[in-house]
Design a protein around this ligand. Sequence first.
Ligand SMILES: Cc1ncc(COP(=O)(O)O)c(C=O)c1O
Length: 470
Amino acid sequence: MKYLSVSEVAKKWNLNERRVRVLIQEKRIEGVKLEGRKYLIPENAVKPLDRRYKGQRCFEDSPLDKINFDFKNYRKLFPNSEGYFGRFGGRFLPPNLSKAMDEVYNGYLTIAKSAKFIAELREIRKNYQGRPTPVYHCQNLSNYFGKVQIYLKREDLNHGGAHKLNNAMGQALLAKYLGKKKLIAETGAGSHGSAVAMAAAYFGLKCDIYMGEVDMEKQAPNVNRIKVLGANVIPVKEGTKTLKEAVDAAFEAYAKEYKDAFYCLGSAVGPHPYPLIVRDFQEIIGREAKQQFLDMTGELPDIVCACVGGGSNAIGMFEAFLEEPVHIVGVEPMGQGREIGKNAATITLGKEKVLHGFNSLVLTKENGEPADAYSIASGLDYPGVGPEHAFLHEIGRVKYESVTDEEAAEAFFLLSRLEGIIPAIESAHALAYAIKCARTMQSGSILVCLSGRGDKDMEFMCKKYPHMFR
Ligand SMILES: Cc1ncc(COP(=O)(O)O)c(C=O)c1O
């Protein structure tokens, strides 16, 4: 009988060598023998069935089967040079601001791609942020539901307690190279505000953070944090006094100060080039997670999911998995129901519209104006969504599901009690979706982006859900 080496079999079966070794260790290949330290596999051995697609799943078919798209080249094609993902994205701004965006874009293409910038950011990621953040197997939570294995990408362990610092440090470093003296930013949950305040302290820049008054009350610990870090918090009193109005106010300030200031946008939204820049600074999440998951389990997860506000943690998590046979799910906040005004499920319920300088899906009133968005999670209650998500939804590569306030709150308390990890209420939305799957699926694995930690939400959640907080 002729025998093949691990690398020959890996090539023949189109797997990586690590995967073949795992299959051998799991005794799923017949007739393997060990010669010295080398495995030898019979030439006629049968490739084991991919367990990821056996049994009852949330999805029956492979996500890539129906899509005629080369995701290997995806990043080169999208966005195009004008910032479009298909028909979503672009830049809709008055000429002076558009010129300021050109400066940011040109700086990004030249400075941020230079070896010096990349090396400096790598150093910051490692020694200041504490990256890589781990992937953690939730043994207790998985056992609680019995059949599905749930894993977390622990962005809550990133310095500052959320994924937002990945982007804030990247943008602030670019601001420094561009010679700017001040950072301006909006914030909802205060996670991005804190991250920008940290970045400003690190680089010795001034810092103004715009925050709606309602969010300031709900996320008081983060307001204090921003102030302790030496930044100004500027209360926004207009409209619903939440994230949309904070963006309006921050943009207005930037329009006056763009010569000396840099707008540090916190999500994968806004005019070109921000959706591109934010995606690139956040994609470290998915790149690390994919390798870590492969190292831990020898295979890819069945499902990758993340909560979607503007969409930065989600796009950062998804990017590395787009070309893989993995189901990808963005989880939107359905708040208190499907009626417009009671949720922020933009992709599920929105219409195409320009908001804050870019074309995407937006929750709208009957008269076509942007509707008020609502979610228990201050970081998710934005009426628009990143253009790349609108595009990935349209081409069918990513599924967008939703969970309610109540479901997110259950997930918040369940993870805390079973694993000793208090998630941000934003991240609890992604976890709530994983829990829904764990209740119905017969087998499989789910990798959840735990975008942040929940200290900021403790007081509010315990008051709001006394029956869950006993
Ligand atoms: C912890 C956390 N997760 C998620 C989000 C949502 O933002 P994005 O959709 O840009 O990841 C926020 C926003 O503030 C947040 O604080």
